[in-house]
Design a protein around this ligand. Structure first.
Ligand SMILES: [Zn+2]
Length: 121
């Protein structure tokens, strides 16, 4: 997602009266915890969020190691350190109901690719 995509997403968020709360992606073959790449990207983005007037989001990771039982965990990543975020099942149900395909088909970003800041929930 480049800055123009960000701009479009931000307008969409505003127009729908939503707040950006979570950025998510899945780990098809790894546990639901931030990789070194995830932490690096999140740390890089810490400077970008305020510039585009968006709050620093929580990061939601979905592990598909057990496909019938995805493991979903939330984290705050700030200053290079990771703390587990409390994500309620209501939030998750809403997220999965709204974007089940996106949630289950997105995958680990490769190095140098930003995470998927499309989760405006
Ligand atoms: Zn990841």
């Amino acid at each position: 997602m480049d800055m123009q995509d960000f701009s479009v997403a931000k307008k969409d968020i505003r127009n729908k009266g939503l707040d950006l709360q979570v950025v998510y992606h899945s780990h098809p073959h790894d546990p639901a915890r931030p990789s070194i790449t995830d932490i690096k990207i999140a740390t890089d983005y810490e400077e970008i969020w305020p510039k585009i007037n968006l709050p620093i989001p929580a990061y939601l990771l979905i592990s598909l190691m057990e496909k019938s039982k995805p493991d979903i965990r939330g984290y705050w990543i700030k200053g290079g350190s990771v703390t587990q975020a409390h994500i309620t099942t209501t939030t998750l149900a809403g997220l999965l109901k709204t974007a089940p395909n996106v949630v289950l088909s997105s995958s680990e970003p490769s190095a140098g690719t930003p995470p998927h800041p499309g989760g405006a929930y």
